[in-house]
Design a protein around this ligand. Structure first.
Ligand code: PEP
Ligand code: MN
Length: 345
């Protein structure tokens, strides 16, 4: 893959400063052309650009900015280069627009009654999208694996009754038709971020795909997974950060990678949402992480809520009680308003 680099010089930089940079490039084995770009002095790296990190180039006093012209994931970054934010519309709600997206619901569909009760409560709280899994990727084969097709039927019923758009996980290309008959958004879980056949098949559909970041994936690799979907023609990818690994983690807890979130928002115009529930893996930490994610300027959050967390069949320890969730949502909306009023300044 080609990594072409353009180094934009400060017009007022001195000849000696430029010479220092050019000598460095020559010593490093990099061939370049000197040219100008709309009147700005520019050094165009034409050979071996991979030998130069743009941040190193920017350390030189002659340099204003070093810009990589091509990326390993061109489709995931193209709108950003055009300074256009990607928005995705789902049943009247716009993800990536001016309003905060809140996706909420239980980890798993456990029964029609469980799902209906929580869904109506969430609808009353003004939640945009209902989440609930029928196919569950569990670490242990002895854990609850989800209700499968029956769960999808429950989800469809509740989606119709509430009118809420729904996001649900797909793990296997063989389930594409049945999941597609219910889901407004496909969820790709963090374990399947590298399931390339699945990503390619989802790329051939037109429904939005919420792509979770694998716990150990660098931002570049996450964007390459998005690229698999985009390359097949589906432009509707939502990136979802759900915590990354650091030191050996305790009880499933990960680090919500705020730095990575800022990084991906800087590189790509795709909507970015955060799942503080799976990052925290502990109820008491979900609210502070969610607030931090919204304060960082993300497009939304996905939060697990259960009508009775102590009886949940999966992830009950991190599910919020409905009353806790409602307080959190009010706080998140206030933070969002504050962030937006600052952006306007
Ligand atoms: C989930 O959303 O319930 C889930 C299993 O998430 P993750 O893939 O992030 O572990
Ligand atoms: Mn879960």
């Amino acid at each position: 893959m080609l990594f072409e680099l353009i180094i934009i010089l400060r017009p007022e930089s001195k000849e000696a400063e430029r010479k220092e940079l050019k000598k460095f490039l020559e010593d490093t084995g990099i061939r370049y052309n000197e040219t100008d770009l709309n009147g700005l002095p520019v050094i165009h790296i034409i050979e071996n650009p991979h030998l130069l990190d743009s941040r190193i180039a920017e350390d030189f006093s002659a340099v204003n900015r070093a810009v990589r012209l091509s990326s390993p994931s061109p489709l995931a970054v193209q709108d950003k280069l055009r300074q256009k934010k990607k928005t995705i519309s789902v049943k009247g709600h716009v993800i990536g627009g001016s309003s905060l997206t809140v996706i909420a619901g239980p980890c798993s569909i456990e029964s029609y009654d469980q799902l209906r009760d929580i869904a109506f409560l969430l609808k009353r709280a003004g939640i945009n999208i209902l989440r609930a899994g029928a196919f569950k990727p569990r670490t242990s084969p002895y854990s609850f694996q989800g209700l499968g097709k029956t769960g999808l039927d429950d989800l469809k019923r509740v989606a119709n009754e509430t009118g809420m758009p729904v996001v649900t996980e797909i793990m296997d290309t063989r389930d594409l038709d049945i999941v597609s008959s219910v889901a407004d958004i496909f969820q790709v879980g963090m374990r399947n971020m590298r399931n390339y056949p699945l990503l390619k098949e989802l790329g051939k559909t037109t429904k939005p795909v919420l792509l979770k970041r694998a716990m150990d994936a660098p931002v570049e690799e996450w964007l390459l997974s998005a690229e698999y979907i985009l390359k097949e023609g589906n432009e509707n990818v939502i990136l979802c950060e759900r915590g990354v690994l650091n030191a050996p983690s305790c009880n499933g807890r990960t680090i919500m990678d705020l730095n990575g979130i800022l990084d991906v928002m800087e590189r790509s115009a795709l909507p970015v949402i955060v799942d503080p529930s799976h990052a925290a893996a502990e109820r008491s930490k979900v609210a502070p992480l969610a607030k931090a994610a919204v304060a960082a300027g993300t497009d939304g959050v996905m939060i697990e809520v259960h009508p009775n967390p102590h009886r949940a069949l999966s992830d009950g320890f991190q599910a919020l009680f409905p009353a806790q969730f409602e307080i959190l949502i009010a706080d998140l909306r206030k933070i969002r308003e504050l962030i937006q009023s600052q952006e306007k300044r």
